[in-house]
Design a protein. Structure first.
Length: 219
């Protein structure tokens, strides 16, 4: 008996899913402002909105703060919550080719975000920051204090500190071949575009001082 009953429940649940989905044809994006100086607009999967296909969207906006608001503006769209008010509203908006911004009107410099749509490409991701360091005894490449083992392909700013007059810092891999001088101390900032593949950093005067990492495709 239990087997038949279970199949019946599963079948009923399967039928109810498309019925619910057809009642809400628009993709719903979620905008949140506050508490504090935070503002965000997210895709259904929780990632930040950076680029959308043109179309009609429902935007559920929750305004958590009496000193902030959520103001979305771009081609064909200009919608805002009250600065003094709080609560959740849903806007149905039509997104077309272009760039859209969302800000708090009371703090438009600190609290802002943007995305592009259609034929306007998303902006490149901000450059990553790395630190390269070589002393007479050790070499390292770190990312926020952790040793770099794997990175996403994009642009990076590498602050290189070469505190040795006998070693250097040499980064080599697909599209990149940069080095400091062996006989001089140096401090430099290199902007490099890392692409998928294997990279090596080493001192050209000591085989012992070396490390490797891999770069994988973005997305
Ligand atoms: Cu604000």
């Amino acid at each position: 008996m239990s087997r038949t009953l279970l199949i019946g429940i599963v079948a009923a649940a399967a039928v109810s899913i498309p019925a619910a989905a057809t009642g809400s044809p628009n993709v719903t994006l979620t905008g949140v402002v506050g508490p504090g100086f935070s503002i965000s607009l997210k895709n259904p999967n929780g990632t930040g909105v950076t680029h959308l296909d043109p179309g009609t969207y429902d935007i559920s906006v929750t305004d958590n703060a009496i000193e902030h608001n959520f103001h979305l503006r771009g081609p064909g769209v200009d919608q805002a919550t009250d600065i003094e008010g709080t609560g959740t509203v849903t806007w149905t908006v039509t997104i077309t080719d272009g760039t859209y911004t969302f800000v708090c009107d009371a703090h438009p410099v600190q609290m802002r975000g943007s995305f592009t749509a259609g034929n306007v490409p998303p902006p490149p991701p901000p450059a990553g920051k790395l630190s390269g360091r070589v002393t007479s005894k050790a070499i390292s490449l770190t990312n926020g204090g952790s040793k770099v083992r794997s990175l996403v392909a994009k642009k990076y700013k590498i602050t290189v500190s070469d505190t040795s007059k006998t070693q250097n810092f040499h980064l080599k891999g697909p599209g990149v071949n940069r080095k400091t001088g062996v006989a001089a101390k140096a401090r430099a900032i290199w902007t490099v575009t890392l692409t998928p593949g294997k990279y090596t950093y080493r001192s050209d005067k000591s085989r012992r001082l070396h490390g490797t990492f891999t770069v994988r495709a973005a997305g």
